[in-house]
Design a protein around this ligand. Structure first.
Ligand code: NAP
Length: 289
């Protein structure tokens, strides 16, 4: 890899992630796109390189619902890059029906929170190797309605798509703040983003016809994905916010997140449970594979 800055983006094959990748390609980032579908990944790479022929785009394939695939993908990324300047944990899902991953974890919690937690852990050595690096976790204002169901994180007893999604997005903010408290390197910044209400297909993928219909109506009042990517791109590139960490950003400005997102007890509890669920003994000690 020969360009100066490397960014890893998850979920770059559609919506906000795709637009973020396209916009960063114009700024000479070397892109590593972590995607689950190789055909969509190839189309995305082609689209970016048609517009920016000089953009370096690597594809790494993984279903983020599988911890084994996340570990494999991280191993491939570590082979590609000695340092990573930017990690954007963006992939997200919304499921009407409860489903379990191969690891026995409710899928929305696994993809929307645990994949962020595990991938960041596995890539931390190369994030810490950059002079300065930024981690961006894509959350949502849905987290204001969220509650951590610590007694039943997989929502076995009381599943609803909204409950599961809002819990996972609250977990993104709790993780961001706890990561900032725990990380041993001050040059690594970690922030959470609310992209706005964005016209994407997120509500059409794992949903019943009724939820799809409701999302079509709701998203009609939203902004295009190119605008939804604005705050992520700002946080990734603006030189004036270097060193800003542990903040919740909306429309390129920090704003207060929900009251429950500031609970250090909940953040610690989530961290410890996430360590157990991912089989990690020491979050910051992993050496390069
Ligand atoms: N749209 C909104 O109004 C809104 C508002 C607030 C926050 N957000 C957040 O923004 C982020 C991006 O969502 P979006 O609206 O842009 O939705 P989207 O268009 O559906 O994009 C989601 C991306 O995540 C990928 N993905 C989903 N499950 C995956 C898995 N198991 N493994 C690997 N990749 C997976 C998708 O891959 P495929 O292309 O293969 O489906 C896609 O690239 C999410 O974190 C979402 O929670 C969205």
């Amino acid at each position: 890899m020969n360009t100066e800055k490397t960014v890893v983006i998850t979920g770059a094959t559609s919506g906000i992630g795709l637009e973020t990748a396209r916009q960063l390609a114009t700024r000479n980032y070397q892109l590593v796109l972590l995607v689950r579908n190789i055909e969509k990944g190839d189309q995305t790479r082609k689209l970016i390189q048609e517009q920016h022929p000089k953009a370096g785009v690597e594809l790494v394939i993984a279903d983020l619902a599988s911890q084994q695939q996340i570990r494999q993908a991280a191993g491939e990324i570590l082979q590609l890059a000695d340092k990573i300047d930017l990690l954007i944990n963006n992939a997200g899902t919304w499921n009407s029906q409860r489903s379990l991953t191969e690891d026995g974890i409710e899928e929305v919690f696994a993809v929307n929170h645990l994949s962020y937690f595990l991938l960041t852990h596995l890539l931390y050595p190369v994030l810490a190797a950059a002079d300065t690096s930024r981690i961006i976790n894509i959350s949502s204002d849905s987290h204001f309605k969220g509650k951590m169901h610590f007694e039943d994180l997989s929502l076995k007893s009381n599943y609803h798509g909204l409950r599961s999604y809002a819990q996972s997005k609250l977990a993104n903010v709790l993780f961001t703040y706890e990561m900032d408290r725990k990380k041993p390197h001050s040059q690594v910044a970690v922030n959470a983003v609310q992209p706005g209400l964005v016209k994407t297909d997120i509500g059409l993928k794992g949903t019943t016809w009724f939820h799809s219909f409701a999302w079509k109506i709701r998203r009609s009042g939203g902004i295009p994905a190119s605008e939804g990517a604005k705050t992520s791109v700002f946080l990734a590139t603006d030189p004036d916010i270097a060193g800003e960490s542990a903040k919740y950003w909306d429309n390129c400005r920090p704003k207060p997140s929900s009251r429950s997102s500031y609970s250090p007890e909940d953040a610690r509890k989530l961290w410890d449970l996430s360590l157990q669920m991912c089989g990690i003994s020491d979050y910051f000690s992993e050496t390069r594979g």
